[in-house]
Design a protein around this ligand. Structure first.
Ligand SMILES: [Fe+2]
Length: 179
């Protein structure tokens, strides 16, 4: 159901942009829950540093989800925020690590952030020509997500600038390489 969109866009353009944004809303909702899950399940010597590093990221990502959802509504579409729809429509797997050492979670989180940021880049490309306002929103978010990704990667990097997770394709492999 799509009866209006923002002035200057055709209805089908508004719909296309909203669809790209719904995928980003799913990614951000998933990320915010995953970050809290990690906040609760890290153990080991660096517990408090990592536990406390994550909460500002949770808050920022939660805010990003709100901004994306409200852009979808502004475009005249429905912003779906229910967990069942998220799980049904996401193209990535559930975060796969439970209680584990801080460095293992950070290794896995390196891959999680990479996936979200790649998705944002793809959405910027898909929406930029149609709707620069959405593009601007996603560009702003990408800069902050990349910064958070660096906070994670700084734990995984040696003085030569190499990442311990290099080449890992799954969270479990990344966690193992990181430890
Ligand atoms: Fe907490």
């Amino acid at each position: 159901m799509h009866t209006y969109t923002v002035p200057g866009l055709k209805a089908d353009e508004g719909k296309k942009v909203a669809e790209a944004l719904q995928d980003r809303l799913n990614a951000l909702n998933d990320l915010h829950l995953t970050l809290k899950h990690i906040h609760w399940n890290v153990v080991g010597p660096n517990f408090i540093a990592v536990h406390e590093m994550l909460d500002p990221q949770v808050d920022t990502v939660r805010g990003f989800a709100d901004d994306v959802a409200e852009r979808i509504a502004t475009l005249g579409a429905v912003a779906t925020g229910t967990p069942g729809a998220l799980v049904k429509n996401r193209t990535w797997n559930e975060y796969s690590i439970g209680r584990a050492d801080t460095i293992e979670h950070l290794g896995a989180l390196d891959l999680v952030y990479a996936g979200v940021i790649e998705g944002h880049r793809a959405a910027i490309t898909a929406t930029g020509k149609i709707d620069p306002v959405t593009e601007d929103l996603l560009i702003g978010q990408s800069g902050k997500l990349e910064l958070f990704h660096w906070f994670v990667r700084a734990h995984l990097e040696n003085s030569g600038g190499e990442l311990s997770t290099r080449g890992a394709k799954t969270e479990k492999t990344a966690a193992k390489k990181a430890s």
